[in-house]
Structures are given as structure tokens and as C-alpha cells.
Design a protein around this ligand. Sequence first.
Ligand code: IDP
Ligand code: MG
Length: 139
Amino acid sequence: MERSLVLIKPDAMQRGLAGTIISRLENLGLKLVAMKLLHPDKALAQRHYAIHKDKPFYDSLVNYISSAPLIVCVFEGKGAVEAIRKAMGATDPAKAEAGTIRGDFGLDIERNTIHGSDSAATAEEEIKLFFSPDEMFSY
Ligand code: IDP
Ligand code: MG
């Protein structure tokens, strides 16, 4: 079974969109196996986005992600990574198709409402940053 780490980003939390977004992911037929409300500090945000540390938007991204409590969750299911990426839409909401989460709710390329892992291997690394094994459920 494949897993994906999802973050409901600050812009979505602040606009009360968490339930709507999580509902869309549940409707894909994926199972929620971990979930918490967490306000990441800068160190955690830096680790989560370490792959982007040389990008011009890195500092702004880290500040943004650590600016509010997030809902952090893990969805599990066959093809979970790709199913979630498809439901999310393109990184830039202006380019994301209507009907995708970012296309419908994203504000701009930074404040794009949701993070979803980009591969099964990345997901396992990301999950370790946010959850201990006893916070993951099987049912
Ligand atoms: P992804 O979230 O679709 O995987 P990435 O390229 O991995 O996109 O970028 C991670 C996050 O960094 C994006 O979701 C977005 O919040 C932010 N980001 C990406 N590109 C830019 C940019 O050009 N300017 C500002 N923020 C960006
Ligand atoms: Mg990415």
C-alpha cells in the first residue's frame, strides 16, 4: 500500500478550507492513517523543503509554511501519490485545471493550499519528519 504526506497549508487553514480539501481526498477512496494539527517551527519547515534550499523562493516558502498551524495527514491506498497529485493540480494555481484543489482554491504559486508527496519514496521520508510510528494507524 502506498502512502502520501499531505499538508493543508496556511492559506487553506486560514480560510476554513481544510475540511473541504480533506473530503476531496477521502472521496478518492484513500484511507486516512495519521492526522494532527501542528504549527511547524522554521527548522521543521526547512527540513521538509530542504530540496528547494537553493531556490530563490526558499526563505519565503519556509516563512509561509511556519506561519500558522497546519493539518498534517497521511493518506494510504493504491496509487495514493499520483491520485493526490492529480487532485491537487499544477503547482501554480493560475495553471491548475478547474476542478483541482489548487485550481479551485489556490491564491498564488506560493499560497497554493496543499502539499502532497511527489513519490512513494519521498513520502516515506516526509512522513518520518512529522509522525512517529505510534501515530500511524492500521484499520
Ligand atoms: P509542488 O508543491 O507542486 O510539489 P514544488 O516545486 O515542489 O511544487 O514547490 C514546493 C512549494 O514551493 C510549492 O507548492 C509552492 O508553495 C512553493 N513554490 C514553488 N515554486 C514557487 C515559486 O516560483 N515562487 C514561490 N513559491 C513557489
Ligand atoms: Mg514538490
